[in-house]
Design a protein around this ligand. Structure first.
Ligand code: NDP
Length: 439
């Protein structure tokens, strides 16, 4: 623990998993004998590199780039690239560690990895973003490949950035292969990949609620974030007749009691790439609250009374006080679209209350699962219809829920999807590591 004190979010992610694994370690002594846990918490390799590029003023800029290749026991490394000023090795290790379990839970043959840079895309011109992406790939291309390591998007990396990265990979390698997912439909992208994480979180919530004899139709929902995951979470909620009433970004939140206007959200975030203040200008029923007016140490999104909450922005955006407020207001369901959005004590509060709580590595696995479907289409040179991919996504989310729920029952804690997801994800990777031996 002391060794990683400077990587607090990594420690938090590991702690959350280790807390629930004891029963499975007791059941199979081989895991301890062959030090599976000690091996699993260490990435197979962490690559750090310099990214140098030239801005619009002709000045040289230097950023730090990373790729953490965490675990390849069950398939090639797979996981997104994050571009955000907060990025450091500890954050990418937390994300990579989570990714190993998540990818295992999908039931697909994908190992875990994560990467990114402390480059801040905000305020950069399109040409600057392009030059950065090209410089980043000029180093990263050495370590990735369609059957080695297949990155995708994450915070700050959407279709535009994936396109720039793919173009540079192709130039450097002369190879037209499915080395990235989340690509444009013109060059190997999959229909429904853009929507997959947000849609998947809603499908997961529906599966949980079915077992609680509830559903989302007609219910008020709160959503945080206003990026890829949040937008398509809102879209699916609207499609099934639920009412998302909030979205947020790093500067503030929108509360619209009439329901979020998806066309306006897409206009502001996908077309204009503007702040949510712009949304409030366009939609008269919407109220904008800046972060400076949030209650002390809290996220104002979680103070809006709701039936279900979908944290879709970033890690640790929902703390114990937020969880208690949600529960106090009668919230019955939390499905995590973001990675580790709830602090450990908030997670414990949800579990104690017995609500339908879907932890990130299960509830947001739809994105990576659909990325694997993109890899399958690329490998077989096919393009499936939106309905085909969406149906597969739905099936995968149902299976993840059933697997996590059944594992929780098997280990004596029905309804505890944290334990169920962690053990189910762990077992497959651990057994593959045992079978592959030690070198
Ligand atoms: P985007 O960059 O598209 O959107 C991120 C959103 O979260 C933006 O609205 C951003 O606001 C907001 N945000 C980011 N950091 C903060 C912060 N510190 N405080 C408040 N708001 C913040 O990213 P995605 O939607 O792709 O990712 C969101 C989450 O979902 C992340 O945790 C990611 O790891 C996870 N995830 C994403 C998947 C995907 O397929 N994209 C798959 C699985 C998980 P602003 O623009 O102002 O910074």
């Amino acid at each position: 623990k002391e060794k990683y004190a400077y990587e607090p979010v990594f420690l938090q992610a590991v702690q959350e998993v280790l807390q629930s694994l004891q029963p499975v370690l007791d059941k199979n002594k081989k895991y301890e004998q062959y030090k599976i846990l000690e091996r699993m918490v260490e990435p197979e390799r962490s690559i750090a590199f310099r990214v140098e590029w030239v801005d619009d003023k002709g000045e040289v800029q230097v950023n730090r780039g990373y790729r953490v290749q965490y675990n390849s026991a069950i398939g090639p490394y797979k996981g997104g690239l994050r571009l955000h000023p907060s990025v450091n090795l500890g954050i990418l290790k937390f994300l990579g560690f989570e990714q190993v379990f998540k990818n295992s839970l999908t039931g697909l043959a994908i190992g875990g990895g994560k990467g990114g840079s402390d480059f801040d895309p905000k305020g950069k011109s399109e040409m600057e973003v392009m030059r950065f992406c090209q410089a980043f790939m000029t180093e990263l291309y050495r370590y990735i490949g369609a059957t080695i390591d297949v990155p995708a998007g994450d915070i700050g990396v959407g279709g535009r950035e994936v396109g720039f990265l793919f173009g540079q990979y192709k130039r450097l390698t002369k190879s037209y292969e499915g080395v990235l997912t989340g690509k444009n439909l013109l060059f190997g992208g999959s229909l429904a990949r853009t929507e997959a994480t947000g849609y998947g979180a809603v499908y997961f919530a529906q599966s949980m609620l079915e077992d609680h004899k509830e559903d989302l139709a007609g219910k008020i929902c709160v959503v945080s974030g206003a990026g890829n995951v949040a937008t398509y979470c809102c879209e699916k909620l609207l499609q099934i007749g639920a009412k998302p009433v909030t979205v947020s970004d790093s500067r503030g939140m929108i509360h619209d009691p009439d329901g979020i206007r998806l066309d306006m959200l897409k206009q502001v975030k996908e077309v204009e790439r503007a702040s949510l203040t712009r949304y409030a200008e366009l939609v008269s029923s919407a109220k904008y609250t800046p972060v400076s007016d949030y209650p002390q140490g809290r996220n104002a999104v979680w103070s809006v009374p709701c039936f279900a909450a979908f944290p879709c922005a970033t890690q640790n955006e929902l703390n114990l006080a937020d969880a208690e407020t949600l529960l106090g207001n009668g919230c019955q369901c939390v499905a995590e679209g973001a990675n580790m959005p709830s602090t450990l004590d908030a997670v414990h509060a949800f579990l104690k209350a017995g609500i339908a709580y879907g932890p990130a590595k299960a509830a947001n696995a739809g994105g990576v699962a659909t990325s694997q479907l993109e890899m399958a289409q690329n490998a077989s040179m096919q393009s499936w219809s939106f309905e085909t991919v969406d149906n597969k996504l739905k099936q995968i989310m149902t299976n993840i829920y059933k697997n996590a729920a059944a594992t929780a029952v098997e280990f004596g804690q029905p309804g505890n999807l944290v334990m169920g997801a962690n053990i189910a994800g762990f077992r497959k990777v651990a057994d593959a590591m045992l079978a592959q031996g030690i070198c």
